[in-house]
Design a protein around this ligand. Sequence first.
Ligand SMILES: *Cc1c(COP(=O)(O)O)cnc(C)c1O
Ligand code: SF4
Length: 349
Amino acid sequence: MQYFKHTTINIYNNNTIKNIIINSLDEQSQVSSRYPVQISNYYAGLIKKQDDAIWKQCMPDPQELEDFDQFPDPLNEASLSPVPGLIHRYPDRVVLLVSNRCPVYCRFCMRKRLVGSGYAAMDEAEFREALIYIAANPSIRDVILSGGDPLMLSDEALQRVLSGLRAISHISIIRIGSRVPVTLPERITPELCNMLKQFHPLYINTHFNHPAEITDDSGKACAMLADAGIQLGNQTVLLKGVNDDVEVMRKLMTGLLGIRVKPYYLHQMDLVRGTAHFRTSVNSGLEIIRALRGHISGLAVPHFVIDLPGGKGKVAILPDVMERNGDMLLLRTYTGEQVAYRDLTTVRE
Ligand SMILES: *Cc1c(COP(=O)(O)O)cnc(C)c1O
Ligand code: SF4
């Protein structure tokens, strides 16, 4: 597949922080030889100081090499892959790994084993094989393009992928998972939007993790996609030291609605090797959901999910709000008050 060409990394106009970034990249060459490092100019420009929320997401950290307990592929994606680059876990939908590149290699990436690596992205022959598999399985109605970042493909390559999928009559919706609006907003061009809107119903799930990522540029990229009629959702990963904080999450989720993006999932970190230093307890996610629900627009509250190891799928969890006593439910309101609610009487034999 052909990729979109863009300028990468570490030249950027604030000299003080630029030198700190470059020195740190030199010091961390052991990490970058194990896990690729790439930072778009634009994203590097969002770093305000060392160790801030943007820095932590993109700058290599020696702790990546100290994680021996977690596995490269805890979700068993490789074994759920009937043909190369296609993951078929749920009956009606598949994930297609059409790209292995991203403008920024996030240090917490769940596909750390693949992105930016020598592993070749799906080639044309593999893509044809994937199309044949999908065409032969009429239960598949939803195809999710992922990677890496599908929007790193050239417009022409992406158009070939989308046309190939649209030629299969049982495919109802196509989704694209992309962090490009966040990390390389200039990639969202009028030409790209005009091409994408030929393939409706098309959904894009983007990936904002911190309110500092909501800028004029990323907001404009989202507006262009939304104006092309594309429904925008967001998947956030809960990251220690980056966004495991109620105020940060409130600002992020309401800020997303302001740029026409609907928060979809808040992900508990997967147990991926090289990312353990980002993990939080499940409780901190539950506390965040408790602090959002009822306090801000329901539209701004994502589902908190754990993607279970072994490819068992995503499970949504809620703060513990319910007790049952016969037909009476004891529910907790957003202010913490406990209120009884009578269910239908269940008939027992
Ligand atoms: C997350 C995921 C999906 C999509 O799940 P939704 O809940 O429909 O968004 C599909 N396949 C795989 C393998 C996934 O990990
Ligand atoms: S953009 Fe997505 S796929 Fe790419 S490195 Fe970041 S988390 Fe991984």
